[in-house]
Every structure is written in C-alpha cells, then in structure tokens.
Design a protein around this ligand. Sequence first.
Ligand code: HEC
Ligand code: HEC
Length: 245
Amino acid sequence: MNRLGMIVVIVSGLLSPLWAIAAQDQASAEPVYSDMYSIARGGRLYDNWFEEKGIERPKVAHPAYPPAGKFRGNNGTDWRCKECHGWDYLGVEGAYGKGKHLTGFRGIRDAYRTTPKKLASILSDRFHGYGPGTLNTTDVYDLAAFVARGTFPMDHYIDRETNRGMGSVRRGREYYQTACVGCHGIDGKGEATPPLGRLAKEDPWEVMHKILNGQPGAEMPALRAFSIQPAADIVTYLQQEMPHR
Ligand code: HEC
Ligand code: HEC
C-alpha cells in the first residue's frame, strides 16, 4: 500500500465511531415504512379490512354483492375484497368461478397499473360503496400497493387441475418447522385455527395469501419480503404431510 492509501485507511478508521453515532441518530428518527410493509398490510386489508383495523363489521349488505350470493349480508363477509375478487386474484376466472363463493365478478390482476388515487375513486364510487368510516387514505395507499405490486400468478405455484402445491415438501418442512411451529404446533393443529393441513388442502390459495401477508388483526408474521417460493413450499408440505383433521 502506498503512503496515501495508508493515510486514507487510518483516517477513515479514526472517523468510524462518528459514523456509528450518525447511524444511531438516524435510528431514533421516525420509522421509514418499506414498500413491503404497505404491500403486506394491503394484503391483510384485502383479506379482511375490518378485522385488520379492529373496527366494527359493516351491518348492511354490500350494495354490489349478488342478491342470491351465499354470503350476502353475512357479518360483513360480502365487504371483504377477497370475497368478490378471490384468493387467487382472478375472480370468476379462478377458484371462485364455481361453488359457494361464486359472484361472477372479475379479478384484480389486470389492475396492476392502479395508483392510490385511481383506487380511491374506484372504492368510493357507488358500486364499491366504501364510504366514511371504512377505509382511510393510508388504507387505500396500502391496498393500491398490494393491487399494483402484491398479486402474482398463483398458477405458477398451485396446479389448477389438482389444487396441489408445486413446491418442495422438504424445504416446506424446514420452513414450517422453523417459522411456524412455535405458534401452530408440529402437527399444524394449534388452538387458534382449524388444522392447517385441512386448510391447505381445501383452499391452497388462501393459505398462500396468508403466509405472504399475515393474518388480519393477529400476531402472525408476513413472509412477503422473501420470494414467493417458500410460501408455495410450505403449502405443498402442509398438503402432503400434515394431518387433514
Ligand atoms: C361485492 C363485490 C366486490 C367487493 C367486495 C369488492 N369489489 Fe372490487 N370490483 C368488483 C367488481 C364487480 C368490479 C368490476 C367493476 C367494473 O367492471 O366496473 C370491481 C373492480 C375492482 C377493481 C378494478 C379492476 C380492473 O381490472 O379494472 C379494483 C382494483 C378493485 N375492484 C379493488 C377492490 C378492493 C381493493 C376491494 C376491497 C377494499 C374490492 N375491490 C371489493 C366487485 C367487488
Ligand atoms: C406469532 C405466532 C404465529 C406465527 C409465527 C405464525 N402464525 Fe399463523 N396464525 C397465528 C394466529 C394468532 C392466527 C389467527 C387465528 C385467528 O384468527 O383466530 C394465525 C392464522 C393462520 C392461518 C389462517 C387460519 C384460518 O383460520 O384461516 C394460516 C393458514 C396460518 N396462520 C399459517 C401460518 C404459517 C404457514 C406460518 C409460518 C409461515 C404461520 N402461520 C406463522 C399466529 C402465528
């Protein structure tokens, strides 16, 4: 190393405590919310916004929910975004294209260009009907982050024909037994939920969504900042190795 190099090394070494102090100062400032925070929170609002916000459920039926639909006026269920747009974000073109959740409505996958402003005008129109006391500006911001950047093609991870996860059981077992076991138990039959093996079999899209975004209003982590593959591996493991009842 030449002499200039030596000097640079020594001086920066002497200054490093100052950098540490500056970093500490920054850490005590206001929290910086990441995009992942918004996307995951938006995902939980999409799942169940009144549960996530801890506010009262809507008492009247959603104005646009089909009169003959199974969940009309059912404890606010018909106000959950997922009830019309689906856990696979495909609406009538996905898993909600048949069965008791059928509404015939489209998904949100085509709305990836949405912005908080556009979404605010969609949600407050007469059709969607989210008026005062439901979603505030921050909620709409997070929902827009989710709609624009949080959905993904579920069919890459779950086989549409068989409903089976296409991930790795071995990796899913490792993820589950480190990230989930503490709350849900080694057999997925903790007190808080129905057996996870059964949920993953009945609705793998729902379990994918909850692993990535967390459970509304509950102390459950969101794996959103990791890639999507671990969630698919966990679902595959739950389906293939966990008790279904
Ligand atoms: C009762 C059923 C219902 C509920 C609940 C519902 N939507 Fe919708 N949504 C629809 C229908 C139907 C459309 C299509 C309207 C149209 O084509 O004009 C739509 C359209 C949209 C679109 C535009 C899609 C596109 O491709 O242009 C977005 C984004 C959206 N909804 C987001 C949400 C969010 C976020 C929530 C929850 C806060 C929600 N919706 C709740 C029925 C619903
Ligand atoms: C800190 C504890 C905690 C951890 C860790 C945790 N969960 Fe949860 N989970 C919960 C709680 C609490 C609930 C909600 C129970 C309720 O809503 O009454 C829940 C709900 C769920 C549900 C929805 C159940 C239903 O009734 O719809 C699924 C699926 C789930 N968890 C899967 C997982 C998986 C997979 C992992 C690991 C990636 C995980 N959880 C990690 C606490 C946790």
